[in-house]
Ligand binder design. Structure first.
Ligand code: GDP
Length: 531
């Protein structure tokens, strides 16, 4: 146990998310982190989110009855006297705006890179989102048990593509068949990788040696030892040193190496989170003052995700609320920033092995609040109702589709359905100024399918979302005369979003940059906050 347990409850929280390109190993790492921390006992639990776990607690019964799947949204576990909240960032097919918004609820991100591939496109996008709030990023280079890129190339890749200083905290010795382990540069020790034997479960995946003592020669050959020493030298002489402040400000990332699948380097990563990841930070807001402090008296939090029922006949929803201030107790009355009142009688806290009804929660925690559609993404909840948290934007869509009705007489109903689902955050909605057509926008394809399904099930309207000439969108603003001139020149590509903000629908990313160059007085935003 660390001294952390003596401080205020909120200061024990470490709330983080894992970001990665598909297949880099996020799921595997999530599972090994939980195993290593002792939060789950058997491999396969994270992946098998479903069936056999569903009968274990009352909450799961609620989940089953209500058809709302919240299983892996947040995983809470203890480690070294701290409370870790690991937020799940939907990936693959379920990639959506929720993935981006979850990052607005995290205080730190773990960036997982495939050692053979370095920085991939989705990683890049997710890091851009982290940048909006400059949250610190810890890098884990995964799959060292396979052939990897040169370490210096990996570090350069981070530096070049992400404009982040990369500070190696470790230096690996070999990779793939030749992978021997990593040198811990701070402690001057070597963590030896033990290749799994015939009986995987029995083999301890690692052992630590003092690099300055003789015992290391029993583990590494002279040549390997030389490679390790040279690596450490390169790190010292040529790489960015770890500077806590730069890390906290989001300019520098400490880099760790390992293999999630072989459970190697995962404990070191947990230790890194415990030692360097920041706890809850003050949250920018408008209201009685311009920030909510984690140690503040008033309970406040914001909704970053709403999960709907899988059964279309139910209006039940679970809103995920990230607390930013105060000590929450079950049964508290909270108000949204638009004045709606809500008694939070049965909030849910998420423990990795099981789920419990929460009695109390603190800044840094996430709780699930069951409701009937009252809570929307971006809402702030507080005791006074006077706060509005900033920094939970909409993100420029990457997929745009035109809504085409099968029955044109249902136009009015369609408008209502699209607006209501857009308000909930399922997709974004744009209405072309010329012609009045609806275009919906999403960052993941599944969002479009969900929208079509829900319009059909809940509103009884058959709608087809078909490809349209637009590929991306930017919110536009600027000096009135210049803006008008721009709008005039692009009449058929100007739309309004659900709050009436002006949007430029572009045919390609290239058209966006071309327009930016040609119209320097117009600002093209990739995110927009609710007014
Ligand atoms: P995700 O898409 O980022 O969640 O990636 P997964 O965790 O599903 O992993 C993708 C694939 O890579 C799976 O087949 C994993 O078994 C494999 N994988 C994950 N981590 C490692 C690793 O450290 N070493 C090796 N060799 N394979 C890994």
């Amino acid at each position: 146990m660390t001294a952390a347990s003596a401080g205020p409850e909120w200061a024990r929280r470490r709330t983080y998310a894992i970001i990665s390109h598909p297949d880099a190993g996020k799921t595997t790492l999530t599972e090994t982190l939980l195993l290593e921390a002792g939060a789950i006992r058997l491999a396969g639990q994270v992946r098998a989110r479903g069936q056999n776990r569903r009968t274990r607690s009352d909450w799961m019964k609620i989940e089953r009855e209500r058809g709302i799947s919240v299983s892996a949204s947040v995983m809470t576990y203890d480690y070294r006297g701290l409370l870790f909240n690991l937020l799940d960032t939907p990936g693959h097919e379920d990639f959506s705006e929720d993935t981006y918004r979850t990052l607005t609820a995290a205080d730190c991100a773990i960036m997982v890179l495939d050692a053979a591939k370095g920085v991939e496109p989705r990683t890049l996008k997710l890091v851009e989102v982290c940048r909006l709030r400059d949250i610190p990023i810890i890098t884990f280079i995964n799959k060292m048990d396979r052939e990897a890129m040169e370490v210096t190339d990996l570090l350069d890749d981070i530096q070049d593509k992400l404009a982040l200083d990369a500070a190696p905290m470790q230096w690996p010795c070999g990779s793939g068949q030749r992978f021997r382990g990593v040198a811990d540069l701070k402690r001057d020790s070597f963590i030896l990788y033990r290749r799994p034997g015939a009986d995987d479960e029995e083999t301890e995946p690692s052992e630590r040696f003092d690099l300055t003592s003789n015992s290391i020669t029993s583990a590494l050959s002279a040549e390997e030892l030389n490679e390790v020493r040279e690596g450490a030298e390169v790190a010292r002489e040529l790489c960015a040193p770890f500077i806590d402040q730069s890390f906290r400000e989001g300019h520098l990332t400490p880099v760790y190496f390992g293999s999630a699948l072989r459970r190697f380097g995962v404990r070191e990563l947990l230790d890194a989170i415990a030692e360097i990841a920041p706890g809850p930070q003050p949250q920018a807001a408008s209201g009685p003052s311009d920030a909510l402090e984690p140690g503040g008296k008033e309970v406040a939090g914001f909704v970053f995700k709403v999960q709907a029922n899988m059964d279309p006949n139910h209006r039940d929803r679970v809103a995920f609320v990230r607390l930013v201030s105060g000590a929450f107790r079950r049964g508290m009355k909270l108000k949204t920033d638009s004045g709606k009142q809500l008694t939070v009688a049965n909030p849910i806290l998420f423990f990795a092995s099981d789920r419990e009804i929460a009695d109390e929660a603190f800044a840094g925690d996430v709780m699930g609040v069951p409701n009937h559609g009252v809570l929307r993404v971006g809402d702030t909840l507080s005791e006074s109702g006077k706060w509005r948290v900033s920094g939970i934007p909409n993100f420029a869509p990457e997929i745009l589709r035109r809504a085409r009705l099968k029955d044109p007489l249902k136009a009015k109903h369609l408008k209502k359905a699209l607006e209501s689902l857009a308000e909930e955050g399922v997709t974004q909605l744009f209405r072309l100024q010329t012609g009045g057509e609806f275009v919906i926008g999403a960052v993941g394809a599944l969002q479009i399918d969900v929208m079509a399904q829900r319009v059909a099930d809940e509103y009884g309207i058959e709608v087809v979302f078909e490809p349209c000439p637009f590929e991306t969108a930017r919110w536009i603003r600027g000096d009135a005369a210049k803006l008008d001139a721009f709008i005039d020149r692009h009449k058929t590509a100007i739309a309004e979003d659900i709050d009436g903000a002006l949007v430029f629908l572009a045919k390609s990313a290239w058209e966006v940059s071309y327009s930016q160059e040609k119209w320097p007085d117009v600002t093209f935003d990739t995110t927009r906050e609710r007014a």
